[in-house]
Ligand binder design. Structure first.
Ligand SMILES: NC(=O)c1ccc[n+]([C@@H]2O[C@H](COP(=O)([O-])OP(=O)(O)OC[C@H]3O[C@@H](n4cnc5c(N)ncnc54)[C@H](OP(=O)(O)O)[C@@H]3O)[C@@H](O)[C@H]2O)c1
Length: 386
């Protein structure tokens, strides 16, 4: 099969003929139809952690080609089933092949069943960013989830929240992560009748999209205006927000977003202190960081530190994907279908996403598909299926 593999020395990736993987016990082999791009895919190609030859890429959708041993019959999975999920690709020191290839292998309970009403292009967008947002909103910040992953403890949490009124602020509301986070905050409010006022920061051109369904922001500020923190505080009657989620977490955003919090407020971020994308002292509260990879439930070595195995994070990921399989309400982010398949990912998609930071994204090309990424997910078709 063809796969996009890492070249550690040249800090790039190239398409190569590689063997089709075999599913192990509890795994499924998937024929990959579409892949969605995430900023971390080019980040760890430009700053490689893995060895040359590692298959890169995270998000995928496709059909099950083969079930490995010990996949339970209760899983509802069978050959030909439409599924989606994510892998770690070349984003760690650990040897784990990614998804940018014609076939990929994944644990059966970390893929979800894609309904016939959703395209493969849309399905590929939901996995990594959907789970990242769910981890932040429910697992890290503790809002009640529309699914149970802890039994009684989770039910108690839902009861505790009943009829509460809270402000939730999302910085980077037009990012892929932010667009899923907004929807999940809405689902949380529906769980127990809490009133959640959703506030966000995005560029002005995205306000009407973000105020409409399925996001439903109550108010938005333009992050390019210098006084947006005061504006957010004013919208809360001067008290500050209860929760903030910084979906950018670079430069001075963590410090600035922390200034929107009330005295007992809490915030989550998408990039770690150790990664040095941001630096801030004297924060009112230490922001909660976590890597989406924790959901895979295996030890991760990356960015100079080790994230230990977390059975709890894995159980959460399984519950989230089960919720999606069962029709959990989460609209796919808008798709930008990119031309060219695997061969074009590095020269187009990775160029658009840049080497890591939002600020480093450059726009030198004039083709329509090379416009800046704003409230859209880059998706490629893989193989000959269409
Ligand atoms: N912790 C994890 O495991 C994890 C998982 C997934 C992603 N991430 C990280 O999360 C971040 C977001 O990823 P993504 O895929 O969601 O990004 P994305 O969709 O590519 O983000 C693009 C958007 O960022 C917005 N933006 C840029 N700078 C901004 C700023 N200063 N304030 C507000 N908005 C700004 C732009 O908004 P406008 O067009 O409106 O200007 C654009 O719509 C990345 O750094 C990524 O690496 C972390």
């Amino acid at each position: 099969m063809q796969g996009l593999v890492l070249d550690t020395e040249q800090k790039t990736a190239f398409v190569k003929d590689i063997p089709i993987p075999e599913p192990g016990a509890g795994e499924v082999l998937i024929q990959v139809y579409t892949v969605a791009l995430n900023p971390i895919d080019p980040l760890y190609v430009h700053n490689p952690l893995g060895a040359t030859g590692r298959t890169v890429g995270s998000d995928f959708a496709g059909i099950i080609n083969k079930l490995g041993e010990a996949v339970p019959s209760t899983s509802g999975l069978k050959e030909g089933q439409r599924v989606a999920g994510f892998l770690q690709g070349a984003c760690s020191v650990n040897e784990r092949p990614g998804s940018f290839a014609e076939y990929a292998v994944a644990p059966w309970d970390l893929v979800w069943r894609v309904p016939s009403t959703l395209s493969f292009e849309e399905a590929a967008t939901k996995n990594l960013c959907g789970l990242t947002a769910a981890q932040a909103v429910f697992f890290r910040l503790g809002l009640p989830a529309p699914f149970t992953w802890k039994g009684k403890e989770e039910e108690d949490r839902i009861r505790k929240w009943a009829k509460k009124e809270v402000y939730f602020f999302i910085a980077g509301a037009s990012t892929s992560v932010g667009m899923y986070a907004a929807q999940l905050v809405r689902r949380s409010a529906e769980v127990n009748g809490a009133t959640i006022r959703l506030l966000g920061a995005a560029s002005k051109q995205r306000f009407s999209l973000l105020k409409s369904e399925p996001y439903g922001y109550d108010d938005l500020v333009d992050y390019r205006n210098n006084d947006w923190v005061e504006h957010i505080r004013a919208l809360t009657g001067g008290k500050g927000v209860d929760f903030a989620y910084d979906c950018i977490s670079e430069g001075n955003t963590v410090k600035t977003v922390s200034e929107t919090l009330n005295n007992s407020g809490n915030m989550a971020i998408v990039r770690s202190r150790e990664g040095n994308a941001w630096n801030a002292e004297d924060l009112p509260v230490e922001p909660i960081y976590g890597a989406v990879w924790e959901g895979l439930g295996i030890e991760i070595q990356y960015q100079g530190f080790t994230v230990p195995t977390s059975p709890e994070a894995r159980a959460f990921a399984v519950a989230f994907f089960k919720w999606l399989s069962e029709g959990g309400e989460l609209s796919a982010n808008p798709v930008r279908l990119m031309p060219g398949g695997l061969d074009s990912i590095v020269k187009d998609g990775f160029l658009l996403l840049g080497p890591g930071s939002m600020e480093d994204r450059e726009h030198t090309r004039t083709e329509s598909w090379m416009r800046p990424i704003s409230a859209e997910k880059l998706v490629y078709r893989v193989g000959e299926w269409n």
